[in-house]
Design a protein around this ligand. Structure first.
Ligand code: SAH
Ligand code: SF4
Ligand code: F3S
Length: 439
């Protein structure tokens, strides 16, 4: 590639899960430290970072079309192509392949190596392309710059990677083994987030409830320590695995007032044979038993989950068990996906792959059931009084948007500011949001 002038502006676009959002923020801070400024809205950028997701085929394939499109849309002011970096889980999974398929890309960097972006950028400016998909022992968190300004609700990655190896999933390959960040570095980062404007912190991990302190204590220890930070009003965590839902963490839902009554606990399917084939290592009954304990600790808890329809071999009757489970639990919100075969995972080569039309039909039925459940949950909250954290302006003049303790979106009008915790009454409900009135 020909040498180019050093970039003055950047744009980072993140796809996929909240951990990618967090990584995207940290990469932006790193570029800021290099003296590169964020491109203003609608303006072109000298450097484009695509922070990608590999979880499903559509997401992964989209990267290649995005590279071409964004190179054009976000090109440099003089009409030349921007420098392009591909980061995230597609970078990790397909590093060299991206270099081959996309000659306009000059940097490919995995999720555990992005603190090395400045050095790669120095090469790229000289016309040298590079790939870094190492999972270095030195942790990126030790060398990343301090947090800058954040919104009222901030993310904090506490744990990365996964040792569970569900047979359909790429995460153990793209993010590596389960690693917990140290207690002290997390308290330090949380304090900085609060100083930078956060009122709510969501602790993140591919299996966040697998977080362990050096002395073996679990996530509740971190939650308890964060709860005493003045200025921090709310704590959340996501995503959890049913098998890591310990008694201590469940008790925190009873004992720690700042821990919000919301739990995202994916189950994936409602049939034991399917769960076994998925290598989920929990059954429907053991999952329900966890939910019972959580509800005993915190009766108003809102429950959420993830579902996959059309896992190889899933029969109509087995799928019907998923609908039964949804009806039994009464979720407040959920994500549901069609199974997507991922290269290198055991399920991709299992017999009896389910036909796309069957998956479509099952997804529709599941989403209809989830909608009923969600609407019922929201309608049952009408009349409740609660605090809402004001996060942004709504579409209508004078309207504000925020979240209830149960992670419902609420909209309302009145004299408030972003970052305020205001008391409201919930007055009417749809499947995806609630109208509220200040009290
Ligand atoms: N660690 C989390 C989930 C991470 S991935 C957990 O185990 O709960 C987020 C969601 O993507 C998963 O819960 C699953 O529902 C979905 N997913 C993962 N791999 C998938 C695949 N191959 N096809 C379709 N959905 C998938
Ligand atoms: Fe993927 Fe399973 Fe790990 Fe979740 S627990 S990240 S679904 S392998
Ligand atoms: Fe996607 Fe990687 Fe997150 S595959 S869901 S960005 S961990």
């Amino acid at each position: 590639m020909p040498p180019v002038p050093p970039p003055r502006t950047y744009r980072v676009k993140s796809f996929g899960c909240q951990m990618n959002v967090y990584d995207g923020e940290r990469m932006a801070e790193l570029l800021g430290q290099q003296g590169i400024a964020p491109a203003a809205d609608g303006e072109q950028a000298d450097l484009v970072v695509l922070n990608t997701c590999h979880i499903r085929e559509r997401a992964a394939e989209k990267v290649y079309s995005d590279i071409g499109r964004l190179a054009k849309e976000w090109g440099r002011g003089d009409g030349s192509a921007p420098l392009i970096a591909v980061a995230g889980c597609v970078a990790q999974a397909e590093g060299e392949e991206i270099m081959k398929r996309a000659p306009s890309v000059s940097m490919v960097v995995g999720p555990q190596a992005y603190h090395r972006l400045p050095a790669m950028l120095a090469d790229a400016v000289q016309g040298k392309r590079s790939v870094d998909t190492d999972m270095p022992a030195e942790t990126k968190f030790d060398v990343l710059p301090a947090r800058r300004k954040v919104g009222p609700s901030a993310f904090l990655t506490v744990q990365e990677g996964c040792d569970k190896f569900c047979t359909y999933c790429v995460v153990p390959y793209t993010r590596g083994a389960e690693v917990s960040r140290s207690f002290n570095s997390l308290i330090d980062e949380a304090e900085k987030l609060v100083d930078a404007g956060a009122r709510e912190i969501t602790l993140l991990g591919q299996n966040v409830n697998a977080w362990r302190d050096g002395d073996g204590r679990g996530l509740e220890r971190l939650i308890e320590a964060l709860a005493v930070l003045p200025g921090l009003a709310r704590i959340r965590y996501t995503t959890s695995h049913p098998n890591d839902m310990t008694q201590g963490l469940i008790a925190a839902h009873r004992d720690v007032e700042k821990l919000m009554p919301f739990l995202h606990l994916p189950v994936q399917a409602g049939n034991d044979r399917v769960l076994k084939a998925m290598n989920r290592s929990h059954s429907v009954a053991s999952y329900l038993a966890v939910l019972d304990k959580v509800r005993a600790a915190r009766p108003d808890i809102a429950l959420s989950g993830d579902f996959i329809v059309g896992f190889p071999g899933e029969t109509d009757a087995e799928f019907a068990d998923t609908i039964k489970l949804v009806e039994a639990v009464g979720y407040s919100q959920c994500f549901s996906f069609k199974y997507s075969p991922r290269p290198g995972t055991p399920a991709a080569t299992m017999p009896d792959q389910v036909a796309p039309a069957v998956m479509d039909e099952r997804l529709q039925r599941l989403q209809a059931a989830l909608n009923v459940s969600q609407l019922a949950f929201n309608q049952a909250s009408v009349g409740r009084r609660c605090a809402v954290l004001v996060e942004r302006k709504g579409k209508l003049a004078g309207q504000w948007l925020g979240k209830t303790p149960w992670l419902q979106s609420a909209h309302f009008s009145g004299e408030v500011a972003i970052g305020d915790l205001v008391e409201v009454e919930l007055v009417s409900a749809g499947a995806n949001s609630l109208a509220a009135r200040l009290v």
